[in-house]
Design a protein. Structure first.
Length: 300
C-alpha cells in the first residue's frame, strides 16, 4: 500500500511510530504537513498539492489533525475523500469530535453514559444550572480548551457562580459538569481501532489537581478494562463515526462515563503504559480495509 499521514511534523512520536510500523509491514508511507498543503477545486478534479507536488496515487490517508487547525485540516481530509481515497477518520467525524458540546449531544442521543452536563448563555440561569448537575462542586470547561487548559473545579456554589459569571461576562462558551468525586483525579484512556478497544491506560492527576492530563504532569499506568468499560468506549467511537479514537472514561459509582472523545489520540503514553503496539494496529486496520476493497473490486 501507499499511505499518506497528514501531520505537522514527521518527527512527532505518533507520526514516527506510524511510519515505522507501515514500513516494517512492507508499505510505502509519506508524511505531509497539511497546513502547508493547498487544494485546487475544479470540476471533476479535486486536487491537493504540497511543496508544489500533487499528492496523488495514495491508497489510504491517516489524518493526524491538531485541534488548533481543525477547520483547515478537515478540509484537506475532505479533499482526499472527494478523490475517493480512504481516510482512517472521515472529515466530518473529526469536526464533530472537536466540538465538546456536539460530542456530548451525540453521545446522549445514542444513550452512551456521560456526566450530567449543562450549557447556558446567560448569568440568569446559573443557580438552576448548578443545581441540575448535582450542585457544587462542579467542573467548568471552556468549549475550545484542550489538554486540561480552561478546565476549572469550583468547590462551592459561590465559587462556581463567580467563575460562571466571569466567563459568561466575557462571552466565553462554557460547559458545566457534575464532579465525579469517586474518580479521585483519574481517568481511563481507551484506544479504539476499527470497533475494537486495542489498548488502555489509567491517567492519574498530580496531587491536588483533579485533571489527569499527562501534559499537566499526570502519570500513566497500565489498566485492565471491565466488559462495560470496553463496550462503552467502543459505543462512543461508533456514535462519533470514528474508526481511530481515544476515548476518555471516568470510573463512577454508576459505571463508566465518557468524558471526551479524541480523533487524533497520541500514541506515546498509551504504547508505553499498555505495552501494546498501537501503531501496528492502525496499519493493520488500513490493510484489512484495503484488502476488503480489493476483493470487492474483483468480485471475490
Amino acid at each position: 500500500m501507499k499511505i499518506l499521514t497528514l501531520s505537522r511534523n514527521a518527527e512527532l512520536y505518533s507520526t514516527r511510530r506510524i511510519s515505522e510500523e507501515a514500513e516494517a509491514r512492507g508499505h510505502e508511507i509519506h508524511v505531509a504537513d497539511y497546513v502547508k498543503s493547498y487544494m485546487m477545486i475544479e470540476p471533476g478534479n479535486p486536487s491537493i498539492y504540497n511543496d508544489g507536488e500533487e499528492l496523488i496515487g495514495y491508497d489510504a490517508v491517516i489524518p493526524r489533525i491538531g485541534a488548533s487547525k481543525t477547520f483547515y485540516g478537515a478540509s484537506v481530509v475532505r479533499q482526499f475523500e472527494m478523490r475517493g481515497i480512504f481516510c482512517a477518520n472521515q472529515s466530518m467525524a473529526i469536526v464533530r469530535s472537536r466540538d465538546k458540546l456536539r460530542t456530548l449531544q451525540i453521545l446522549s442521543r445514542r444513550k452512551v453514559n456521560i456526566p450530567k452536563t449543562a450549557f447556558a448563555s446567560t448569568p440568569n440561569d446559573i443557580d438552576d444550572v448548578i443545581d441540575r448537575v448535582g450542585g457544587a462542586p462542579v467542573v467548568i470547561k471552556i468549549l475550545e480548551g484542550t489538554q486540561g487548559i480552561g478546565v476549572v473545579l469550583a468547590e462551592t456554589k459561590k465559587a462556581a457562580k463567580s467563575v460562571l459569571e466571569a466567563f459568561l461576562g466575557l462571552r466565553v462558551n462554557i460547559l458545566v459538569q457534575e464532579f465525579i468525586k469517586e474518580a479521585k483525579g483519574a481517568d481511563i484512556r481507551v484506544f479504539v481501532v476499527d470497533g475494537r478497544a486495542v489498548a488502555a491506560m489509567k491517567r492519574q492527576g498530580v496531587e491536588g489537581d483533579f485533571r489527569s492530563n499527562v501534559h499537566r504532569g499526570g502519570s500513566v499506568e497500565k489498566t485492565r478494562l471491565s466488559r462495560e468499560e470496553r463496550a462503552t468506549a467502543i459505543a462512543a467511537a461508533k456514535a462519533m463515526g470514528l474508526a481511530v479514537a481515544g476515548i476518555d472514561l471516568l470510573r463512577s459509582e454508576r459505571g463508566p462515563l465518557v468524558l471526551e472523545v479524541n480523533s487524533s489520540p497520541g500514541l506515546e503514553g498509551i504504547e508505553k503504559a499498555s505495552g501494546v503496539n498501537v501503531a501496528s494496529k492502525i496499519i493493520e486496520f488500513l490493510e484489512n480495509k484495503y484488502n476488503r476493497e480489493q476483493k470487492d473490486r474483483i468480485g471475490v
